[in-house]
Design a protein around this ligand. Structure first.
Ligand code: ZN
Length: 275
């Protein structure tokens, strides 16, 4: 566990798996994201009971992706999330998805269930926790439901997958690059001291700046996709310093493929979502 201060902790995963946050307040404890494995979520709960006797009040989901939400089923607290996150999780066919996984992981996830948020908000919700204020804001970008969790006065922003630090960004068919970049600029305006990425090490404003640069470059490369194949782009630009120093190298091409699919599917929408 990485500690930001004596009341906010992050499970920084050295293998690039999704981060989880622990916020200890006067009124109780709030978790941010529950990881992919229920067993891991249980370990986070154990960590919480090892540092405080305060009750675990909520787990907030930053977006619907399973590496941030599947552990919900192991946590004994209501899930907080946007109506869009709830909708995605309710529609997701977990049992079919499990069949696509390696046998060992299938076994580990045998009893895992999707628990959609029960404390639901449309765009924003805040929790007055006595000594801290916890704000959850739906922003969109990485996915339509991507949300941020601000903790004040500590000045911490849990960015979910709007920020990847040290790893390639996961760009999906439903990602919206223009909105994503715009929202990173909005985080800068709020000027939080600490940036907690969805994947990778905790940092500060530098992580936001690097992410903006990454996405702007990705966006300009994706314009070449009409002329060149994804492989050709990876060969040519994979060594660019903006991309070369990030882990999960395979995600670069996968993201280009997803971007292309997304553009074919929602070309019109993507263009009208510029604002
Ligand atoms: Zn994600």
């Amino acid at each position: 566990m990485f500690s930001i201060n004596d009341s906010i902790f992050v499970t920084e995963n050295s293998n690039g798996a999704a981060n989880s946050g622990v916020i200890v307040t006067d009124k109780g404890v709030i978790l941010v994201d529950s990881t992919f494995f229920p067993s891991k979520a249980r370990r986070i709960e154990e960590f919480v009971s090892s540092i405080t006797s305060k009750p675990l009040l909520y787990v907030i989901n930053t977006h619907y992706h399973l590496d941030h939400t599947l552990g919900n089923c192991a946590i004994e607290a209501p899930v907080v999330g946007s109506a869009a996150t709830k909708d995605f999780l309710e529609k997701f066919d977990l049992e079919s998805f499990k069949k696509t996984l390696e046998p060992l992981i299938q076994k580990e996830l045998k009893d895992a269930k999707l628990i959609p948020p029960s404390v639901v908000f449309k765009n924003k919700i805040s929790f007055d926790m006595g000594n801290k204020k916890v704000e959850v804001v739906k922003m969109g970008g990485h996915t339509p439901d991507s949300s941020l969790v601000y903790v004040w006065p500590d000045g911490v922003c849990f960015c979910g997958d709007l920020v990847f630090s040290g790893y390639h960004a996961e760009i999906e068919e439903d990602s919206n690059l223009n909105r994503w970049i715009l929202n990173l600029k909005k985080i800068k305006e709020k000027n939080p001291k600490w940036i907690v990425p969805g994947h990778g090490k905790v940092g500060g404003m530098r992580e936001i700046d690097e992410m903006i640069l990454y996405l702007e470059k990705f966006r300009s490369l994706s314009k070449l996709l009409k002329l060149k194949g994804t492989e050709e782009i990876v060969d040519k630009f994979g060594e660019d310093p903006v991309f070369a120093n990030r882990g999960f190298a395979l995600l670069f091409e996968e993201s280009l493929v997803n971007y292309l699919k997304g553009r074919r599917k929602n070309g019109k929408n993507a263009r009208s979502h510029k604002a």
